[in-house]
Design a protein around this ligand. Structure first.
Ligand code: ZN
Ligand code: ZN
Ligand code: ZN
Length: 349
């Protein structure tokens, strides 16, 4: 905070608050807000009725339960009265920010990610262990998909998505974040919403799924083909596998994040599929399924030990099929380590 000239950081809903305190704010119209100042003890303002859920941490923050007859923004504004620059969490509701700007005229407002982002990007050993456990769980499901243990032909995308979701929970996640199932031409839409389309023989089925286990996210994509693999699909998949492996290998400490993107993109472009790779190569992952940094042109932050991110290039031929291959990678002193170990080959099921 001192480096960035930030006097106070205000955190409400979103993941910065649980990252720092272990407490997750209810996404309510009632204000929960942690106020961290450059000096003094941080205060956690919570609605009186939520206070019993807070695990108190003396020395880390002081709990300030507020009663229904009090306007909590007045309390926060009073607490910040000496601050000229205040940083707020990205997900803080506009109703609270607007209320604070009215109460604190003349304050310069910044984003809390300026302070908390750097901390959250560098995962500790404990965080990496949590990401690895979540990755192992979805690896097992990917293995079931590739072995044919998850029926596809004759089921709708939505049915298979529900099946994957159940398996995500059965494997120890508390929450499913997404379970994309896209068959045939639907797979050409990277974030396809699984629907009524019945999966047929001889199709690419793209499955991208993940959840949250003990606070940390999993995210994996594997494709399978229901029957014989068409030659055009096999050719593109070979390029994709090569690009994805090169992207993983590129994530050496000191390399800019955008370089990981450039490496996968070059291989795909050289093979003639450049126009069909329509998204960034990857995203950071941790408490949120998408968080800093981003493996995309323009993100010049350099890879450091503890960075965790996806490498997920894709090739999408509109009207025909789509392919994506995704693993979560962690940067270490010894180079990038893939947390996902599910087989990379395109399986015929
Ligand atoms: Zn995505
Ligand atoms: Zn994914
Ligand atoms: Zn992803």
């Amino acid at each position: 905070m001192a480096d960035k000239n930030i006097d106070s950081v205000l955190l409400s809903v979103g993941h910065d608050l649980p990252y720092l305190t272990g407490y997750t704010a209810m996404p309510l119209e009632r204000l929960t807000m942690l106020a961290v100042h450059s000096t003094g003890v941080p205060l956690l303002f919570v609605p009186r009725l939520e206070a019993p859920r807070v695990e108190e941490m003396p020395g880390l923050f002081e709990l300030v339960p507020w009663d229904e007859t009090v306007e909590p923004l007045d309390l926060v504004a009073q607490d910040c009265s000496g601050s000229s620059t205040i940083a707020v969490g990205d997900q803080t509701w506009a109703r609270f920010i607007v209320g604070l700007t009215h109460r604190l005229p003349g304050v310069r407002w910044e984003r809390a990610v300026e302070v908390v982002g750097d901390l959250r990007m560098r995962k500790s050993e404990i965080e990496i262990a949590a990401l690895r456990a979540a990755a192992r769980a979805v690896d097992e499901i990917a293995g079931e998909l590739q072995s044919g243990a998850i029926p596809l032909i004759g089921r709708t995308e939505a049915e298979v998505s529900a099946d994957l979701s159940q398996r995500i929970l059965d494997r120890g996640h508390q929450k499913v974040n997404f379970a994309i199932v896209a068959a045939g031409e639907n797979a050409a839409s990277p974030h396809h919403h699984p629907g009524d389309r019945v999966i047929q023989p001889g199709e690419v089925v793209l499955c991208d799924f993940g959840g949250t286990m003990n606070g940390y996210c999993s995210d994996i994509t594997r494709c399978v083909v229901t029957g014989d693999i068409p030659s055009d699909v096999a050719a593109a998949y070979g390029v994709l596998m090569e690009a994805q492996a090169a992207g993983v290998a590129a994530g050496i400490n000191g390399v800019p994040c955008e370089e990981v993107d450039a490496v996968t993109r070059q291989i795909i472009a050289d093979a003639g599929y450049g126009e069909y790779f329509v998204h960034r190569t990857g995203h950071g992952i941790g408490m949120e399924e998408h968080e800093d940094p981003y493996m995309v042109s323009g993100d010049r932050r350099v890879v450091e030990t503890g960075f965790a991110y996806s490498v997920e290039p894709g090739i999408y031929i509109p009207g025909k099929w789509g392919l994506r291959l995704e693993d979560i990678v962690v940067a270490t002193d010894g180079g990038p380590v893939s947390l996902n170990e599910a087989d990379h080959n395109l399986h015929a099921v």
